[in-house]
Design a protein around this ligand. Structure first.
Ligand code: HEM
Length: 395
């Protein structure tokens, strides 16, 4: 799911940058800034967790719950669609989850790499059905939006969306033109939207699950983050984290970054060498060679990160960060094919973490999780933690 192939990646990158730095902040209705009602509240697992934890504390698999939240929020940001999948089963979300797990299983079966053979297997048939369902959903949204666009005309369409703050990713793609002033085809739009749905849910869910684990293991850091959030929200009528608040959470950000170092959601990337690369010991990686670069390995290199297995957020104290190479910490990769969703991901993780800590105490489970690197970094059998509502105010 981490691959975006074909000629459209450049376009996707340009669009995503605009989306991340401008439209996203000003117009997305699901993010906290424009709305009084936070996308998180009642949207994230809060109500569900409270119910589950009503008898004291609940033992929950973070991946299961948080993946539903990240899918829910992506579906809102990409399509303006409210599936309520955290409360009720959704066929679309079930299909995305099924596709992600089928891709991992197929990876382990070299015989099934052959499309013709894969199509004949029961997994291949399930894959086809899930793909059809996901494509059908995206196609229906595009059709409906094209009709609205034709009815209203581009100017009024954009004006109405901007006013209601409901411009979403599909709208941006519909209105986009390439360098020859040509619009994107429905197929292009579908490919970009589906890519975002796949790239964006598992990775962010992994990042959030592991930071909650690390803070459960270090209650002193958890408490400091909670106090920071409480301080930012002090005196407000509502407990919403707004866009500008995200810059006022330096310690929480340090905790998040240290977690992305220790448990990077994407553990490695592959690159083909465009030219000979001379290593410091004079050995040469020849042009054309495919290299697997371990993000996990770089983040655990003891010559860069002393005591690499220790969770220490102060490594990301701005003073300490300045002393390190910018390539020592690369959870979103670097270079021209780095992650285009990183602004989105960091914002989403900060808001979700802040709102969770404001309402719940997170405690470790009796059994220590074992890391399980798949397409993303998971935990064997799920990442189980205990959550406890904080106070009567949180009830
Ligand atoms: C903590 C969360 C995330 C992490 C750690 C992460 C990490 C990465 C990494 C390492 C890559 C490079 C992959 C490679 O070179 O093979 C990548 C690419 C990508 N990511 Fe993310 N990502 C995250 C969240 C997101 C989100 C939320 C979105 C979209 C909403 C997204 C969209 C993409 C896309 C489209 C690419 C492909 C870019 C290209 O090939 O030009 N990611 N991501």
């Amino acid at each position: 799911a981490i691959l975006l192939v074909g000629a459209s990646w450049l376009l996707a990158r340009i669009l995503a940058r605009i989306y991340a730095y401008y439209k996203f902040r000003c117009h997305l209705r699901c993010f906290p800034q424009p709305l009084r009602e936070s996308w998180f509240w009642g949207h994230m697992h809060v109500a569900k967790w409270k119910h589950l934890a009503s008898e004291g504390s609940a033992r929950l698999d973070m991946f299961e719950h948080i993946s539903l939240m990240t899918l829910d929020s992506l579906q809102k940001c990409v399509f303006s669609f409210e599936s309520n999948c955290q409360e009720h089963p959704s066929d679309y979300i079930a299909a995305i989850l099924e596709l992600s797990s089928l891709v991992v299983r197929r990876q382990r079966q070299p015989l099934q790499y052959w499309d013709l053979l894969y199509r004949l297997t029961s997994a291949g048939q399930r894959f086809r059905r899930a793909c059809d369902l996901v494509h059908g959903f995206t196609d229906a949204v595009i059709r409906e939006r094209r009709c609205a666009l034709a009815r209203q005309g581009a100017h009024d369409f954009l004006e109405a969306k901007a006013k209601a703050k409901t411009l979403d990713f599909i709208d941006i793609l519909l209105l986009a033109k390439d360098k020859d002033a040509k619009e994107l085809s429905d197929e292009d739009i579908r490919a970009e939207a589906d890519t975002f749905m796949f790239e964006g849910h598992d990775t962010t869910a992994s990042g959030l699950s592991w930071v909650l684990y690390n803070l459960a293991k270090h209650p002193e850091y958890q408490e400091r983050c909670r106090q920071e959030v409480q301080e930012v929200l002090r005196g407000r009528e509502s407990e919403e984290v707004e866009w500008d608040d995200l810059a006022q959470l330096p310690f929480l950000t340090m905790c998040l970054k240290e977690s992305l170092r220790l448990h990077p959601p994407v553990v490695g990337i592959a690159r083909s060498c465009a030219q000979d690369v001379v290593l410091p010991d004079d050995r040469v990686i020849p042009k054309g060679a495919i290299c697997i670069i371990s993000i996990f390995g770089i983040h655990h290199n003891p010559s860069v990160w002393p005591d690499p297995e220790v969770y220490d957020p102060f490594r990301f104290d701005p003073e300490n960060s300045q002393k390190r190479s910018p390539l020592a910490f690369i959870p979103f990769s670097v270079g021209s094919r780095n992650c285009i969703g990183q602004t989105f991901a960091m914002a989403e993780m900060k808001v979700a973490l802040a709102m969770t800590l404001l309402r719940f105490r997170v405690l470790p489970d009796a059994a220590e999780p074992r890391r399980k690197p798949e397409l993303i970094l998971r935990a064997e059998g799920g990442l189980w933690l205990r959550v406890e509502p904080l106070s009567a105010r949180a009830q």
